[in-house]
Ligand binder design. Sequence first.
Ligand code: GLU
Length: 290
Amino acid sequence: MSFRTRFAPSPTGPLHLGHAYSALLAHDMARANNGAFLLRIEDIDQSRSRPSWETQIYDDLTWLGLTWDVGIMRQSDRLTDYRSALDALWHRGLLYPCTCSRRDIAEALSAPQETVNAVGPDGPVYPGTCRNYAPIDPNIPLPEGVALRLFMSRAIEALVDDSELSFHENLYGGRHITRIDPSALESAVGDVVLARKDMGTSYHLAVVLDDAAQGITDVVRGQDLFDATQIHVFLQKLIGLPTPRYHHHHLIRDANGKRLAKRDDARAISKFREDGASPNDIRRMVGLSR
Ligand code: GLU
């Protein structure tokens, strides 16, 4: 298997040091392995994505000295692909529509009879309100304009072979296999949203389909997404897609130990550029050069 990785920023703000670390690491690994470094613009959230941020991403990466292989993928071009994957899951009886707001969920979870209050990668585990009310009829067409959740317990049963529910984690010289326990998926992750009402997909579904469509063999991304990886690996198995190797890197933090967010404009690459830093200064700041 050759090496193909990607950098997948959302054009919703400036790239900061944390993004630079991710992009540099992925790029350097691809070049060291004679592999490919691809870009993907994760712009499914059209309410927050801006073309000007996308332009700045290319500009910052070029300034950092990164080159990428041809064929930039943009998620907003892939809505029909997301829809066909949802359609297939729907007809397998593995999705149901959900009309709960965040508030409905919080209220349901605070009800006295509610004992389980697990928090998963997407927040509090969904209590299943709509699963219990909405009739699930895979023979009717996939509903539109409504959020769709994965019926996790059925999806687990639908996995023909769960003996290989695991992924390879390799970074910083380490290499180990993380096994995923299906019953923990049910209790600690629950019925994840695969299509948001306003987007026609969700991060989890899009990332799985896109990594497969780009032929990604190695996912290099932050440790903050480690818990989400079990969802991605599960979806890959459910849909019949290959599981890449994963390399979750540590997060770049500010002087107070807080992880950087998009709004930390003070750490934006463009700000360092304006202040006269060189690309090698950035490499040094994230620990990739002396
Ligand atoms: N778009 C995500 C982000 O900017 C990256 C997701 C991923 O690498 O899987 O955090």
